[in-house]
Write a protein that binds this ligand. Structure first.
Ligand code: PLP
Length: 371
């Protein structure tokens, strides 16, 4: 059997934690009850869903409700519905950072069809938004401001708490895509909505959630049997919920251990890739990501030369759409710099040896290219 590549793409997805697998098995194999049934089997499944909901919600601000969804993308689409509810009050402007994931950016752009003006707000050359500039854009016509916590391509952390304050000064709501930071980076408790995804925290694919501050009017997105308080109908999977809950609990229990491990991996990567330039801020960042470039490197060729490492072209939109990275372009990088960028993402199950071996393979292939 071919050897598995060294996995350095933890922003795309993460391996399932063994403890998560164990927590899911009983709900796949033994307990098949529909959590929305009134009998005992149903109540047992419903109880498991509520335990999971509490586990996932415990890493988010306390004054809100958590709605399970099929993915963070779905959760984001759900959250944008709150803008529609504000339109009647004369608010018809949505502001998103130019570096948002396609799940936020394209959802925002789709609101043009609902009569909204959508602003893609610029970021600085370090990937961070200027609060002064953003403050000048938010006004009393603004319904929603969306800004992500940790960028999935370059790892930089936005000043989310200050952005939420700016939105609130003008009566607008603030939606935060916390997918890449949840369980790892502190989430400010003044945000109004947060979207998360289990498969980015060593949980299963196929489940995400939207956290919504109490009192926010959220219209139903999926109509049907009235599940999830009527906001998102459809039978929940107790196995996916239990897996998400366990993944969240592990993030909490292992927080310091994981953080120290990720920092050690990041330090190792910085020394192994010392000849490369980091894209985005060096200080305000999540350490589990590094997006780097080297003049003259052809990343498409590099990826086919280095089959032993699973990593991403920095230029490839992380959504896998094949579109070039709007994030690197928003930093002000030119096409040649974008095409010579790679993204490495480290996680709980990587070792220092992984980084060293991957760096050797990548740097060797680069030297051969540049020779
Ligand atoms: N937001 C960010 C920052 C992401 O990295 C991703 C996944 O790549 C998403 C949203 C979408 O998550 P999901 O795969 O659960 O739809």
């Amino acid at each position: 059997m071919a050897k598995e590549p060294i996995y350095l793409d933890n922003q795309a997805t993460t391996p399932l934690a063994p403890e998560v697998f164990d927590a899911m098995v009983p709900w796949l194999r033994d307990n098949f009850g529909n959590p929305h049934s009134a009998h005992m089997l149903g109540r047992k499944a419903a109880a498991a869903v509520e335990v999971a909901r509490d586990q996932v919600a415990s890493l988010l601000p306390s004054n809100g409700n958590l709605f399970f969804a099929g993915s963070a993308t779905e959760a984001i689409n759900l959250g944008f519905g709150a803008a529609n509810a504000l339109k009647a009050a004369g608010r018809d402007k949505i502001i998103v950072l130019d570096s948002e994931h396609a799940a936020v950016r394209d959802t925002a752009l789709s609101y043009k069809e609902h009569g909204f003006m959508v602003e893609r707000h610029p970021i600085g050359p370090d990937g961070i938004v200027s609060l002064e500039q953003l403050g000048g854009s938010i006004d009393e016509k603004t319904a929603l401001v969306a800004a992500m916590l940790v960028n999935n391509e370059i790892g930089v952390i936005q000043p989310v708490e200050a952005i939420a304050n700016l939105a609130h000064e003008h009566g607008a709501l603030m939606l935060c895509d916390v997918v890449q930071g949840y369980g790892r980076v502190t989430i400010p408790d003044n945000i109004d909505m947060a979207a998360i995804s289990a498969h980015k925290i060593y949980g299963p694919k196929g489940i995400g959630a939207l956290w919504v501050r109490e009192g926010i009017d959220l219209p139903p997105m999926i109509h049907g049997g009235g599940q999830e308080q009527g906001i998102r109908s459809g039978t929940l999977s107790p196995a996916l919920c239990a897996g998400f809950g366990q993944a969240a609990a592990l993030c909490s229990d292992r927080h310091n251990v994981d953080a120290a491990h990720i920092q050690a991996l990041a330090d190792k990567a910085r020394s192994c890739f010392a000849d490369w330039t980091v894209n985005g801020a060096m200080d305000q960042r999540y350490q589990g990501n590094i997006n780097i470039r080297r003049n003259g490197v052809d990343v498409a060729r590099l990826m086919s030369d280095v089959r032993g490492v699973a990593f991403s072209a920095g230029s490839a939109c992380a959504s896998g759409s094949g579109r070039p990275s709007h994030v690197l372009a928003a930093l002000g990088l030119g096409p040649a710099q974008i095409k010579s960028s790679i993204r490495l993402g480290f996680g709980r199950y990587n070792s220092l040896d992984d980084i060293e071996m991957a760096a050797e393979l990548i740097n060797e292939a680069v030297e051969a290219q540049l020779a």
